[in-house]
Design a protein around this ligand. Structure first.
Ligand SMILES: [Zn+2]
Ligand SMILES: [Zn+2]
Length: 309
């Protein structure tokens, strides 16, 4: 089961010549989920050769221009294509008004259904086959949500020697046991999957956190993330200005990852435009001191998310 993330843009506030605005695309078994879409999002989608048509749902963190101004272009792009399924858009209050006003003022002809759902309380917003995506509250100058994709646990590892010892013939019955089903043998005996499987293994988790102050509850929400994409907008020297603007520093993002427990990789995102490319190292160094498995995300960076075992 393939799961991977593509960073479409890593900048905060305004796009720069080599840094587009914050947006992450998650691909799970060919299905695409977009998190935010600032200016230029469709350029990265095109350069990565991803088919935006496969986007099932878009999740918007909050109604600031640097997170939503790419959406009208993406919807325009979509006006001509064949598409059977609706496109879902989730976000805080005003997302529906924003989409509707753009469609109307730009006379967008879109030949498929767009379903916009405003999130009014934290909890699951998308239930997929074997996974869900839920929203959790962040603290910013406007209502803002973080998101987490969580997969259900998988059946434990299959032990062929135990199946053989129980007299289960190799073949389709092994597959059934592997899938967690019980099987009946020719002699009438029933073998339960628990007799041949190890304990259930955890599914994967992806979390997306921007824009926000740092506060302890975020750690609880992102606990166990295989990949945590989190705002790291400023260096520690600018911590008080970060608080004032309701943003966080790279070191605070690392603190969240470290406190959460079980986070495998932290990808910093939403850099202040004050940092030129070479200055981003300051953010990385400060974060790595607290959480060594930190990386600086860059536009069009690809993160495969593998199973732990
Ligand atoms: Zn922002
Ligand atoms: Zn913002």
């Amino acid at each position: 089961m393939n799961l991977e993330a593509f960073v479409l843009g890593c900048g905060g506030m305004m796009p720069l010549p080599h840094r587009q605005l914050t947006s992450v695309l998650l691909r799970r078994e060919g299905e695409l989920f977009l998190f935010d879409g600032g200016e230029g999002t469709q350029i990265s989608i095109r350069r990565l050769n991803l088919r935006w048509k496969k986007i099932t749902a878009i999740f918007v963190s909050h109604m600031h221009a640097d997170h939503v101004t790419g959406l009208p272009g993406i919807l325009m792009l979509s006006s001509q294509v064949d598409r059977e399924e609706p496109l879902y858009i989730f976000g805080p209050p005003k997302i529906a008004e924003y989409i509707e006003n753009n469609r109307r003022a730009l006379d967008m002809y879109i030949n498929y259904e767009i379903v916009v759902r405003e999130i009014t309380e934290p909890g699951p917003v998308w239930i997929g086959d074997g996974f869900l995506i839920r929203a959790f509250p962040l603290r910013h100058t406007k209502t803002c949500y973080g998101y987490a994709l969580e997969e259900e646990p998988r059946p434990g590892a299959f032990h062929p020697e135990q199946a053989a010892a129980l007299g289960v013939p190799r073949g389709p019955l092994w597959s059934d046991l592997q899938a967690g089903e019980s099987v009946r043998l020719e002699d009438g005996r029933v073998v339960e999957s628990s007799q041949v499987l190890g304990s259930p293994r955890s599914g994967r988790k992806f979390s997306y956190v921007t824009d926000s102050l740092a506060f302890p509850e975020i750690s609880r929400e992102v606990k166990g993330s295989d990949l945590l994409i989190c705002e790291g907008m400023f260096e520690t020297a600018l911590a008080s200005s970060a608080v004032e603007k309701k943003h966080m520093t790279a070191a605070q993002a690392a603190g969240i990852a470290s406190d959460a427990g079980g986070v495998k990789t932290l990808g910093l995102i939403h850099y202040s435009p004050r940092y030129a490319e070479r200055d981003l190292k300051i953010l990385l160094d400060e974060a790595r001191e607290i959480f060594p498995a930190t990386v600086l995300t860059r536009d069009r960076m690809h993160f495969p998310i593998a199973y732990e075992d």
